[in-house]
Design a protein around this ligand. Structure first.
Ligand code: DHB
Length: 468
């Protein structure tokens, strides 16, 4: 007993230490064609469980990389699979493959590395996944600040990584390549949704060929999407549908919107119902004032979130945007919500009038909406190529013939998130459902712009779909 305890203590002390695993003589890993020096073995404490896994690092996933530092991936495999053991009901053959991306702010994303996450005080999603028997394959991905990283580079890379995994499936030590799951938050959530929506869409082929991606399928099984900054060319309108009338914004120090911004807010708010109705979502519409069944749906997400908080005893009383009677949330006021949540971005929230947003930069310092292009305050600012704009939006591919959209979706947008309107993930979920896919959407209580904060629930959901 003492000896066991001593061993455990030694292992815990060795946390984060890395040792080279020399003995692969009996494992299927021998067949993998990667430099032996890149194979490492590691043990980390995930909650109260020690998780040992082997890693293969920095494997190029395209043949003609244009940004070789980024177009590479890491593979992480739980140790048990090298000994014929199972974890959480999975074996080396059936283990799902989680492919998280580390993209944020449309910046380049490094490989997502299993570790403890000090911000949430939990294992991060990669380490948690390993503890639950998932194989983790994390690609680095190009982003807007690289010479060759503008749109649509990020989705080209994510797809190329999926293709590499499928192409090398017989060499992988473990993992079911029919159970690939994407995961990301914010711009990375947008990317996760784009990967999930656009499986095998032929429009990306020339880009994939240019970087030397494998000739393989790039559809995936499921998409995990946190607070997606997506549907960019239409996101300015629902932002104003929520925040119109709130004129102080908090991107940096508190500032007041100027007259151009206020005019944009009014025009974009007024334009939203026509856009929403043009989607022909079954059962969801808006009238000219922005009221109707779609508004009820979005408000219903906030109401369900607040009700959950009340039922768990986490609710803070005195929120003037919610009507609560006898412990039941019976209604909400979206405008009062906006005042309470505060406006983060000036109008237009994404395609800035000064052509200076993250998203303008992602498109090569260009506008990407007709409104901001025609009202630009940046003299001579061009508009991005229409096809590139199209390739960045998952909405354009869901339910389209010849495209293999992921069957399962889990979409989360915190009830306190104001980086984009909750209408954006709501529209994504409704479009997916209309096309026959399963989309689970919620707005977790008290959660700001964030992701991977609910790992036990996430993996319960993932296990549910993977073990069906
Ligand atoms: C991210 C956040 C934003 O508000 C935005 O406009 C784009 C990206 C992010 O955190 O990734």
């Amino acid at each position: 007993m003492r000896f066991k305890l001593l061993c455990a203590v030694i292992i815990v002390l060795a946390l984060y230490s890395v040792s080279y695993a020399a003995d692969f003589a009996n494992g299927p890993a021998d067949s993998i064609t990667m430099p032996p020096g890149n194979r490492v073995s590691q043990t980390l404490l995930a909650g109260d469980k020690l998780v040992t896994f082997r890693s293969w690092l920095d494997i190029p996933y395209v043949k003609n990389p244009v940004e070789p530092e980024y177009q590479r991936l890491n593979i992480y495999v739980p140790e048990e699979y090298f000994h014929g053991e199972s974890i959480n009901g999975y074996t080396a053959k059936t283990a799902p493959i989680l492919m998280p991306n580390g993209v944020g702010g449309y910046m380049p994303g490094k490989q997502f590395i299993p570790a403890n996450d000090s911000r949430h005080g939990t294992p991060n999603v990669a380490l948690y996944a390993l503890s639950k028997g998932y194989v983790v394959i994390s690609p680095a991905i190009r982003g807007r600040t690289l010479a060759n990283g503008k749109a649509p580079a990020l989705i080209v890379d994510y797809k190329a990584a999926v293709r590499w995994v499928r192409h090398n499936k017989d060499m992988l030590p473990a993992g079911d390549t029919e159970k690939i799951i994407s995961d990301g938050l914010s711009a990375g959530g947008a990317l996760s949704s784009l990967l999930g929506a656009t499986g095998n869409a032929p429009e990306y082929e020339p880009y994939l060929q240019a970087v030397g991606a494998e000739d393989e399928r790039d559809d995936i099984f499921a998409s995990v999407v946190y607070c997606p900054i997506t549907n960019l060319e239409n996101a300015d309108m629902p932002y104003e549908w929520v925040f119109n009338g709130v004129n102080t914004y908090y991107m940096g120090p508190a500032r007041e919107m100027d007259d151009n911004m206020k005019a944009a807010s009014d025009a974009l708010k007024a334009a939203f119902p026509a856009y929403l109705n043009s989607l022909n979502l079954k059962g969801y519409t808006l009238d000219a004032e922005g009221n109707g069944t779609f508004r009820d749906f979005v408000e219903g997400l906030y109401i369900a979130s607040a009700q959950g908080a009340i039922d768990r005893g986490e609710y803070v009383t005195g929120l003037d945007w919610l009507t609560v009677e006898d412990g039941k949330v019976t209604g909400m006021d979206l405008h009062k919500y906006a005042v309470w949540a505060t406006r983060m971005k000036a109008a237009p929230a994404f395609d800035s009038l000064n052509n200076g947003s993250f998203e303008n930069n992602e498109f090569g310092d260009k506008h990407f909406t007709e409104y901001s292009y025609t009202h630009s305050t940046a003299e001579g600012a061009p508009i991005a190529d229409a096809e590139v704009i199209r390739l960045m939006n998952p909405m354009n591919f869901i339910g389209v013939k010849g495209v293999d959209t992921a069957k399962y979706w889990r979409i989360r947008h915190g009830a306190k998130d104001r980086d984009t309107s909750l209408a954006i993930p709501a529209i994504l979920a409704l479009k997916l459902r209309d096309a026959g896919f399963e989309a689970d959407i919620a707005a977790p209580w008290n959660v700001p712009h964030d992701g991977n904060y609910d790992l036990p629930e996430l993996f319960e959901w993932l296990d549910g779909i993977c073990k069906k």
